[in-house]
Design a binder for this molecule. Structure first.
Ligand code: TRP
Length: 323
């Protein structure tokens, strides 16, 4: 069976971008692939400075995967930092990766242009991500569009390594659902915790509503006929609602006397319906951290046995004692 691998950074409340960009596409592979999905807590450390929060967000991500449908017995769900072998592989890859190559990474350029902290972890982020992927020999990596460059860089790094040390690393394919564009945030930028514009997935109903109602719209009065075409709200309907629901709202908007507020309320209902079945399961999992911990450690054991195998190949190829 082919293997799929992906990760989510536990750096804030799980949001709609994570759900539509990574979790849903990841779950869709569950019947045909062996899924290796992890909580990317080492990656989160580039920005997180609070141990309690990091721990909490990590459990949140694990509980989200399970409550939305990932069976941890059938698949492998673990916390990245529990297999520290990944940092060893990151070092090996660092030694075949040029400074100029890393300077071209969007995430690095973005952090730099916005005057955010650019620590070495931010600069080396693509190398750790390549190690995350290559350490587990996956065939496909389902990610949101914003991560495409990182997977391409991973293939480049694996190619450089193989050219220098012989065929050691397997080049994975990126899997992006083209119809799910980069999920916009409430203000139209990419949805991201760092931009403070997220729709939280497992927030209380009232908070979900508040977030949806704050999607930016123009000030066309309620009475006036409108269209969602080309608007941010239209994009949300595209990625979350069925075609029928979207058409229905579009007809109402065109007729007039139906405001943006009404349309946003309809979107809230769509989202709430999509999320409420999982919410109960999520809350029950979240109330038992011991159970989550046990699941993550079981996942660690499965992940580690694959990791040690691949790391052994790399160590051997480089001239180190194989582990
Ligand atoms: N960089 C990804 C993000 O921010 C998270 C991530 C880390 C990841 N390692 C990965 C995704 C490996 C896929 C594969 O969303």
């Amino acid at each position: 069976m082919k293997r799929a691998l992906t990760g989510i950074r536990p750096s804030g409340d799980l949001h709609l971008g994570n759900l539509l960009g990574t979790i849903k596409p990841g779950l869709a592979l569950g019947d045909t692939h062996q899924c290796f999905y992890f909580v990317a807590d080492l990656h989160a450390l580039t920005t997180m400075r609070n141990a309690k929060e990091l721990r909490k967000f990590s459990y949140d991500v694990a509980a989200a995967w399970i409550s939305l449908g990932l069976d941890p017995k059938k698949h492998t769900l673990w916390r990245q930092s529990d297999c520290p072998e990944v940092t060893e592989l990151a070092w090996y890859l660092s030694c075949v990766t040029g400074y100029g190559f890393l300077e071209k990474a969007h995430a690095f350029k973005d952090a730099q242009s916005k005057d955010r902290e650019v620590n070495h972890g931010v600069f080396a982020y693509p190398v750790l991500m390549a190690a995350d992927i290559l350490l587990y020999d996956p065939d496909v990596v389902p990610v949101g569009k914003d991560q495409k460059q990182h997977v391409e860089m991973t293939r480049d790094m694996a190619g450089s390594w193989n050219a220098l040390f012989g065929e050691t690393l397997k080049l994975p394919e990126v899997l992006i659902r083209e119809e799910v564009m980069t999920i916009p945030g409430l203000d139209g930028q990419k949805m991201s915790k760092s931009y403070n514009n997220v729709i939280p997935v497992f927030a209380k109903e009232a908070d979900l509503k508040k977030a949806v109602m704050s999607i930016v719209t123009d000030s066309t009065p309620v009475e006036a006929p409108k269209t969602m075409k080309g608007t941010l709200l239209g994009t949300f309907f595209d990625v979350c609602a069925s075609k029928e629901t979207k058409n229905d709202i579009e007809v109402k908007l065109k007729a007039g006397n139906f405001g943006w507020g009404h349309a946003k309320l309809a979107l809230f209902e769509v989202l709430n319906e999509m999320l409420s079945p999982a919410r109960k399961e999520y809350e029950s999992l979240r109330s038992d951290e011991k159970k989550l911990e046990a699941i993550l450690l079981e996942g660690r054991d499965k992940a580690k046995s694959v990791a040690l195998n691949v790391l052994g190949r790399v160590r051997e190829a480089a001239g180190f004692r194989p582990c």
